[in-house]
Design a protein around this ligand. Structure first.
Ligand code: NAD
Length: 601
């Protein structure tokens, strides 16, 4: 799909491509080259008005029989047709996603499978909805009958980010080896670093036929909202991030091709304050589903409150991963090997001491590879210092704790060194650029602040020497981090890993919960009681046990505290777009009421 063709895209309103009323456009920059590759239309309040009117008409056209009151099976057909088209266009869509946001091409292609899977999943739920209508409610009086109608909530505004934080913001990795524990605070992230992570889980999940989570997947983020909204019978206005809108405009083209009724899905690209804000405050938009930063979420909630409009908010996060050194290494290997696994290995002291590399050969190396990938991938944010020469973190260290954590860090550094950072279209790319110059500068600043506050940049932190252009940042590992530091507490969105040690399970939990956020968390241990205990203790909407960050479109997704409220995905995702109506009927011939009929007086 040529970038030139993209430049011709307009806003998608009422089933037609329309120029923005004020004629504004926003340049699209390829983050790998810093070159302009086209532009997208910039909607303003005037266009929002048209899109809302179109969505309202589509909601009630033919008394709703064309869409909102049509059987779920009718809408399911459209959703399946969209899924099929996405699959057909997978290669072009993946290229576009890579061009637009810099993610490795292979991973962008997997995203498209997940997008199609999401539409198929909600097609099933749309069909199942028909069978759930008129479900009876048991009442204590036989003279009454009650049933429930599940109705579409109406016109919904769907506002999505460039970055899919899954959990992605900061992870604390707590690490226990008998008497000692080590916490790795990992700022997870955005950009492309995340893709590596998604590589493992995508591979795994495809074997099981499920969707998985990637980081920074603009079209998939949109699908998580569009698919359940349409399944429920809502009509929608999608406002993607101005930094990653191109594939969402192609979703509009797909809807046009499958003949979805005009106005059912409208796509408005544009800036947040100019297009997102008027959508959020519009009195004829019945609900806003938002994913993005906590700051923007707060503004949206304030705007929606003026007209008492419901919102669901998927906001930022800083999420802990707690790893204990009680897993059996053989078992851990097996799981790591078969599950394309993850971090279990890091909890094993012997491995940390390097004993298993010799004993298990390639398999172990593979496991270590996963470990390093996982940690780095979960890391977030970048830094803009020049990379420091590799330093041996265990040098001059006498204590056991330092030795073990040092060995662990050394492996992390080695694997960080091995990650291929390149143009996303280059064979074998595992880390592309961050999405924009603004994000690049932000990451630089956060890392430089951490350094000035006393943190140590153990590895990376700068632009890779072989890449003179593009918003590339090396994988970065930071130690000597204090919990008061910005880099520990705030989302960063770049390939930066912070490392911190601590001593007890209680302390680990305390650290894990010492955040305003509550999106996700993970515990890695073979002790089920400990896993359950910690999963109950972690204050978050998602907890993973013995894995990290798999995402299934069947399971609920969302956070607590300042990570937002409401749940996407699964049945909960559909409920977001349904209004529950009670219908109660009096079925007795006897009069019922407080006042006596005059005829009986
Ligand atoms: P952002 O908040 O800057 O923008 C998100 C969307 O809101 C964009 O479409 C933007 O144009 C729009 N917007 C901006 N100002 C607006 C306003 N005043 N009114 C209405 N809309 C407005 O976020 P971002 O930088 O695109 O994405 C990164 C953030 O998203 C991070 O905080 C990340 O944690 C969060 N996120 C959370 C989840 C989750 O699952 N909880 C998933 C992905 C991203």
């Amino acid at each position: 799909m040529a970038a030139a063709a993209i430049s011709n895209r307009q806003l998608f309103i009422d089933g037609e491509w329309r120029k923005p009323i004020l004629g504004k456009r926003i340049p699209v920059i390829n983050p790998a080259t810093e070159e302009s590759i086209g532009d997208i239309p910039a909607a303003t309040a005037e266009d929002v008005e048209l899109a809302v009117e179109a969505a309202r008409r589509a909601l009630t056209r033919n008394k709703g029989k064309d869409w909102s009151r049509a059987p779920g099976a009718v809408r399911a057909k459209y959703l399946r047709a969209i899924a099929a088209k996405i699959t057909e266009k997978k290669s072009d869509l993946a290229k576009l996603e890579s061009l637009d946001c810099g993610k490795p091409l292979d991973e962008a292609a997997w995203d498209m499978d997940d997008v199609a899977g999401c539409f198929e999943y909600y097609a099933d739920l749309a069909e199942a909805l028909d069978g759930k209508q008129r479900s009876q409610v048991s009442l204590p009086m036989e003279t009454f009958k009650c049933h429930i109608l599940r109705e579409p909530i109406g016109v919904v505004g769907l506002i999505t980010p460039w970055y899919l934080s899954e959990l992605l913001d900061t992870f604390s990795l707590v690490f226990d080896s008998h008497a000692w524990l080590m916490t790795l605070g990992i700022a997870t992230t955005v950009g492309n670093f995340c893709m590596l992570m998604s590589f493992w889980f995508t591979t795994f999940s495809h074997k099981l036929g499920v969707a998985c989570a990637n980081w920074n997947y603009p079209l998939l983020m949109a699908a998580w909202k569009v698919a359940p909204a349409l399944a429920a019978g809502c009509t929608a206005i999608l406002k993607p991030s101005e930094l990653s809108s191109m594939t969402c405009l192609e979703l509009a083209a797909v809807c046009e091709e499958v003949g979805i009724p005009a106005g059912v899905l409208n796509v408005l690209t544009g800036l947040g304050p100019e297009a997102g804000a008027p959508l959020a405050s519009h009195p004829h938009v019945d609900k806003i589903a938002f994913t993005g930063s906590t700051d923007t979420g707060r503004k949206i909630m304030t705007a929606a409150a003026q007209v008492v409009k419901p919102v669901t908010l998927e906001l930022g996060g800083k999420s802990p991963i707690i790893v204990f050194d009680d897993v059996e290494i053989d078992k851990a290997f097996a799981n790591i090997f078969w599950l394309n696994g993850d971090c279990w290995i890091i909890s094993n002291k012997k491995l940390l001491n390097g004993h298993f590399l010799g004993a298990f050969g390639q398999m172990v190396r593979s496991a270590v590879q996963h470990l390093a990938f996982w940690c780095i991938i979960d890391a977030c944010c970048l830094k803009l210092y020049m990379p420091r020469p590799f330093q041996d973190p265990i040098k001059d260290s006498d204590s056991t704790e330092e030795n073990i954590s040092g060995e662990f860090l050394r492996k992390l550094v080695i694997w960080a060194q091995n990650i291929k950072v390149s143009d996303p279209f280059e064979e074998g790319c595992r880390l592309g650029p961050v999405i924009s110059e603004g994000q690049y500068e932000k990451i630089k600043k956060i890392i430089s602040t951490a350094k000035s506050q006393g943190a140590t940049i153990l590895y990376g932190g700068g632009r890779p020497q072989h890449l003179g252009k593009g918003y590339f940042v090396e994988p970065t590992i930071i130690t000597d981090v204090e919990t008061s530091m910005q880099i520990w507490r705030e989302e960063v969105f770049g390939p930066v890993l912070c490392v911190k040690t601590f001593k007890t399970e209680e302390e680990a939990i305390e650290l894990a919960n010492d955040t305003h956020y509550g999106l996700g968390g993970a515990v890695i241990s073979k002790d089920p009681e400990r896993c359950n205990r910690i999963s109950e203790e972690i204050q978050a909407g998602i907890v993973w046990i013995n894995c990290s960050q798999p995402c299934f479109c069947q399971a609920p997704w969302g956070g607590n505290k300042r990570s937002g409220f409401g749940r996407e995905l699964g049945e909960w995702g559909l409920d977001n777009y349904l209004s529950i109506k009670q219908v109660t009927e009096y079925v007795s011939d006897d009069p019922w009421g407080w006042y006596q009929s005059p005829s009986k007086l």
